[in-house]
Design a protein around this ligand. Structure first.
Ligand SMILES: Cc1cc2nc3c(=O)[nH]c(=O)nc-3n(C[C@H](O)[C@H](O)[C@H](O)COP(=O)(O)OP(=O)(O)OC[C@H]3O[C@@H](n4cnc5c(N)ncnc54)[C@H](O)[C@@H]3O)c2cc1C
Length: 345
């Protein structure tokens, strides 16, 4: 994991989830009319930008409302080594910059702002940021999910330098190193087990005295000789200047502190799908993720769904990109069928 500056030039990257967590601002009284687009896409991660590439190449002049985190979750990481086509790996922000350029090359209009309101009650749909409103015949929701973080300054500073939220993505970088996983649910236990393939030791840190995870996952972790559990303990600070060198731990029972030297920290305390704007009209599952029908469709005709905003199973750039491709093709066919008076469903 290398040192890097996150964000596209000229675009400030607001911390992931910050805007989504904040109450949604009401659109200003007088909005500039941005015009009509056959397709609008909300989100500019791998799913949104891939949808844009496909829609733009189909001549559908897509609008991308890129949101508070242009480029999405990959802007928070350094090396991406599992996206096909880059045998030597590529930096997350560089990969997303390339996707953005590719979408723009075919005529995508990209707006770096948050969508703050959307009306799906009638077609064309109406969507607006705090300053501009557009209409669109079809909408692709690609707003992703935000990894939850502990909220420590040291954790933010060392993200991509030993602190990660994705073991599948970054575990490989910790061969024969000692790492920690923090969390108490199934994901944390799963990530800890996965990391034992690479790491020499995995320390599982949880602030309570028992896990929320299923019994079978806990048993499996307890039987794994590479996993050591430290319970009733929280992380007070991630140590290191340019790379993680250890953790300052604090007992949640006694307040006593200790230093655990190690090389990496995987934060596995959950994800929040960015679905606030759509919950009223679109179906969400028990974890708050959007529900898809027939690959990319939603409960509202003309609204399609792509990427991590519905997928809590794979959560990878390549699966999100594939979803974006499928959503754009489905939207294009739906528009085509409507234009010919056919029942698109
Ligand atoms: C630390 C880390 C490292 C990772 N490393 C890898 C890796 O090496 N390889 C890999 O394959 N995957 C990796 N992943 C996973 C990968 O980043 C995600 O699976 C992928 O980014 C999901 O793409 P997406 O387009 O669905 O959503 P996201 O990337 O989450 O993008 C969501 C987009 O929606 C926008 N948005 C949200 N709300 C609004 C709104 N109201 N208005 C407008 N826009 C909005 C955001 O601004 C953002 O642009 C990693 C994830 C993390 C957290």
């Amino acid at each position: 994991m290398s040192d890097l500056k996150l964000g596209f030039p000229g675009i400030s990257l607001i911390d992931d989830g910050a805007a989504a967590a904040a109450p949604l601002a009401r659109p200003a009284a007088a909005l500039t009319e941005g015009g009509h687009h056959p397709i609008a896409i909300v989100g500019s991660g791998p799913s949104g930008l891939t949808a844009a590439i496909y829609a733009a190449r189909a001549g559908l002049r897509p609008l991308v409302v890129a949101g508070y985190a242009p480029g999405g979750q990959l802007m928070l990481t350094s090396e991406v080594e599992n996206f096909p086509g880059f045998p030597d790996g590529i930096l997350g922000p560089e990969l997303m910059g390339r996707m953005r350029d590719q979408a723009a090359r075919f005529g995508t209009e990209i707006v770096d702002a948050d969508l703050v309101s959307v009306d799906l009650s009638a077609r064309p749909f109406r969507l607006s940021t705090s300053s501009t409103a557009w209409t669109a015949d079809a909408l692709i929701v690609a707003t992703g999910a935000s990894a939850l973080w502990l909220g420590l300054e040291s954790e933010t500073r060392l993200r991509g330098k030993g602190v990660s939220a994705c073991a599948t993505c970054d575990g490989f970088f910790f061969r024969d190193r000692k790492v920690a996983v923090v969390g108490g649910g199934d994901t944390a236990l799963e990530e800890a087990s996965y990391l034992t393939r690479f790491a020499s030791e995995v320390v599982l840190i949880h602030r309570r005295d028992s896990f929320r995870a299923s019994r079978i996952m806990v048993d499996r972790a307890q039987e794994n000789p590479k996993i050591r559990m430290i319970l009733e303990t929280e992380i007070a600070e991630v140590l290191g200047e340019t790379a993680v060198t250890g953790l300052r731990l604090r007992s949640t029972r006694t307040g006593e502190e200790q230093v655990e030297p190690l090389d990496g920290l995987f934060v596995a305390i959950g994800y929040r799908p960015n679905t606030e704007l759509f919950r009223e009209r679109l179906e969400v599952d028990e974890k708050g993720y959007l529900v898809v029908r027939d690959e990319t469709s939603s409960a509202v005709e003309g609204v399609f769904i792509a990427g991590d905003v519905h997928d809590h199973r794979y959560r990878q750039a390549i699966t999100a990109a594939a979803d974006g491709c499928k959503a754009a093709i489905d939207a294009e066919r739906w528009l085509e069928a409507r234009a010919h008076g056919a029942d698109p469903r």
